[in-house]
Design a protein around this ligand. Structure first.
Ligand code: ASP
Length: 325
């Protein structure tokens, strides 16, 4: 079936795309680029807005913690023209991992710092430390802790009621989320950033795709950029973002490339992660921006949205799912 035409740049100026929660990010980054900022600084400053916002439980301050109740953040940045990248993983107590990742790219000879080493590096650059677990996020975590199993000693106050069993069976308090944003300036400079608190209630020390170049983000200034949200393990196993950009370099449109990689990821999906129909039963979304300004994306399941600043204004556009929900 022919794929519908994808939108291209509608006005002059920079073009920015990102996950649905990146509307403020794209708007801010566009403003900064127009005022002369380096696109990587602009994208990171835009992402800082959401990292600072306690109401987004998937990123930065207020993000949902790991299974021990500790918030561990992952992020990476990549600059098109220099191909330099920086990342931090399992970073605790610093609310803006994207800013630390940017410094890893600019002020070290390395590409990825993790855990205690990443925190020490952030301290050296004067980042403030703080408790990242908000009261609201702690209550969500505690609710999960008290309801996810009836074989441990944690008791939910409503343990005897039907509702608590129902929540556990339906997995209602399991959340995912991340922010990703990519920029293309009028002069053809591309840059991107991904930031997340990762899969909620993950094992301590688990690192997702968001700080892994080629998995949760990839930027090639000659061809384009791709960022991703959703099940990080699938992206690590399939080098997904790299592959989307690679397929665009061979002539695919952004949407075609995203759908093709989703199909490959689906084919590699283990049985335990499939539903009764045999389809992958997890969320995964790609957002892609080609060097000529064409953008598109696709999701594994159901419809989702993508933030787009087309040179004039920032809106969200719908993305198709490979499988219907
Ligand atoms: N990609 C993130 C991770 O696996 C989580 C998400 O986007 O939901 O850490």
């Amino acid at each position: 079936m022919p794929l519908e035409a994808e939108p291209v740049r509608l006005a002059g100026g920079p073009i920015l795309i990102g996950s649905a929660n990146a509307v403020r990010t794209c708007t801010k980054a566009a403003e900064l680029i127009a005022a002369g900022s380096h696109p990587l600084d602009a994208v990171v400053t835009g992402i800082n807005i959401v990292e600072d916002d306690p109401s987004d439980h998937s990123v930065g301050y207020g993000g949902l913690p790991n299974e021990d109740g500790v918030v561990q953040l992952d992020s990476c940045v990549m600059d098109g023209p220099t191909h330099r990248a920086g990342a931090v993983a399992a970073l605790e107590r610093v609310k803006n991992p994207s800013s630390v990742a940017l410094l890893v790219a600019r002020r070290t000879d390395h590409a990825l710092l993790v855990g205690e080493g990443a925190l020490r590096f952030a301290r050296a650059h004067g980042f403030q430390e703080q408790e990242l677990l908000t009261d609201e996020a702690r209550k969500i975590w505690l609710d999960w802790k008290e309801t996810h199993s009836d074989k441990d000693d944690w008791l939910h106050p409503e343990a005897d009621k039907e509702s608590s069993r129902w929540r556990r069976e339906e997995g209602k308090n399991w959340t995912t989320g991340t922010i990703t944003c990519m920029a293309l300036t009028e002069g053809g400079h591309m840059a991107g950033c991904t930031s997340t608190s990762g899969l909620s209630y993950k094992l301590s020390g688990r690192v997702g795709d968001s700080p892994i170049i080629g998995a949760g983000l990839y930027v090639d200034n000659e061809f384009g950029a791709c960022g991703s949200t959703g099940r990080g393990e699938a992206n690590i196993q399939n080098c997904s973002s790299f592959l989307v950009v690679e397929l665009m370099s061979r002539g695919m449109s952004p949407k075609e490339a995203c759908l093709e990689v989703l199909k490959r990821v689906a084919k590699h999906t283990e049985k335990r992660l499939r539903n009764k129909k045999g389809e992958p039963d997890y969320g995964l979304t790609f957002y892609a921006l080609r060097k000529d300004g064409q953008f598109g994306g696709a999701a594994m399941r159901g419809e989702t949205k993508m933030a787009v600043y087309d040179g004039k204004e920032c809106t969200t556009v719908g993305l198709e799912g490979l499988y219907k929900d």
